[in-house]
Design a protein around this ligand. Structure first.
Ligand SMILES: NC(=O)C1=CN([C@@H]2O[C@H](COP(=O)(O)OP(=O)(O)OC[C@H]3O[C@@H](n4cnc5c(N)ncnc54)[C@H](OP(=O)(O)O)[C@@H]3O)[C@@H](O)[C@H]2O)C=CC1
Ligand SMILES: CC(=O)N[C@@H](CCC(=O)OP(=O)(O)O)C(=O)O
Length: 309
């Protein structure tokens, strides 16, 4: 038996990545719309209602419109946009976030795929909050660098079309990035972290860093204690891996071209300063890899089918 999947926005940056992961699958039949019909409302409505699963790879407003087109109680949705990540009725599609999150995704009708930056931040911070090492009132910062495909077709054109020659560009300097609410909510924090992202001249890949004073922790702890909490949270996980080896260098390319994520704890025990680091691919675990993982879980298939780990 196969499940019918429609990717709305299938020729965008994320949509193409999802299609690549699904098109050779024998357990999945893709519903496709040709170039002339891919933005036609009637054609999309028909495809959406014909599908068992719809994956939305659209700008936020178009994603909301697509959800409103569902006129049956059967079609299940994974939304890759920001539109529903803190919305009621939607299940947050980060399977490793909580011990029962995969089970919740498996039973959900509406699943919101996490943002790429929150994927790194939450993987590093949520286990520490859950273990009581970080209080829910912790005041955190997060700095991150993304490959330019993170900005979709428009940013790819900007970097590859000669519109910018920059190698590295911090942005969201007004500390108003759209991912901050999602980080706050799903980490279980009272205050959103100070989030300062940057984009680099690399097509794909991502480094997310959370600096911490050990004195910020709710009880006395060493770097090893922090590492142990993260290592045990992801013990045996096939997608999120804790790197036990000493970290001397991290590169944006480390997990690029994969659907996995690697977490590290490093720092200076003598000064009591820690650095939590996640590397992932903004288009992999940060987008398409997570969407396919969610689809697999919802359809009762192998959660990592079609993923590159
Ligand atoms: N790039 C990334 O790393 C990540 C992206 N996301 C999210 O995924 C979603 C897609 O982003 P991304 O792939 O980067 O963006 P792109 O701009 O590369 O692709 C968006 C696609 O949606 C199409 N589209 C726009 N409006 C409509 C509509 N009304 N009906 C049908 N198709 C439409 C566009 O068509 P056209 O080609 O004609 O413009 C385009 O092909 C966004 O919400 C983004 O925030 C999430 C995580 C990471
Ligand atoms: C480099 C870059 O511009 N990145 C995008 C985030 C990509 C992502 O995660 O997308 P969504 O939350 O939009 O789904 C940004 O900062 O807006």
């Amino acid at each position: 038996m196969t499940v019918k999947v429609f990717i709305d926005g299938a020729v965008g940056t994320t949509g193409l990545e999802i299609r690549e992961r699904l098109e050779s699958r024998r357990d999945i039949t893709l519903i496709t719309l040709d170039e002339a019909r891919r933005k036609d409302e009637a054609a999309r409505r028909e495809a959406i209602n014909d599908a068992d699963y719809v994956v939305l790879c659209l700008p936020d407003d178009a994603a909301r419109e697509a959800v409103a087109m569902i006129a049956n109680d059967r079609t299940r949705t994974v939304d890759a946009s920001t539109a529903h990540r803190v919305a009621d009725r939607w299940t947050y599609g980060f399977a490793e976030l909580e011990p029962d999150q995969a089970e919740r995704i498996a039973g959900a009708r509406f699943v919101s795929n996490p943002g790429c930056y929150p994927t790194g931040f939450l993987a590093l911070v949520r286990p520490l909050v859950r273990a009581g090492l970080l209080g829910s009132d912790a005041l955190l910062s997060v700095n991150a660098t993304s490959g330019y495909s993170g900005g979709g077709k428009a940013m790819i054109a900007e970097f590859e079309g000669g519109e910018t020659s920059t190698a590295f560009r911090p942005y969201a300097l007004g500390l108003n990035h759209k991912h901050a609410p999602e980080m706050r909510r799903h980490a279980g924090l009272t205050h959103a972290p100070i989030f300062q992202p940057a984009v680099a001249r690399a097509y794909r890949g991502m480094v997310v860093e959370v600096p911490l004073h050990l004195a910020q922790l709710s009880r006395r702890a060493t770097l090893t204690d922090v590492a142990e909490v993260l290592a045990s949270a992801y013990d045996g996980n096939r997608v999120v891996r804790f790197a036990h080896e000493a970290t001397t260098m991290v590169r944006i390319e480390d997990d690029a071209n994969t659907d996995r994520m690697t977490l590290r704890v490093t720092g200076n025990e003598a000064t009591g300063q820690a650095l939590l680091i996640a590397t992932l691919d903004n288009l992999g675990k940060g987008a398409a890899g997570a969407a396919v993982q969610n689809l697999n879980i919802m359809a009762g298939l192998d959660p990592v089918a079609g993923l590159t780990l």
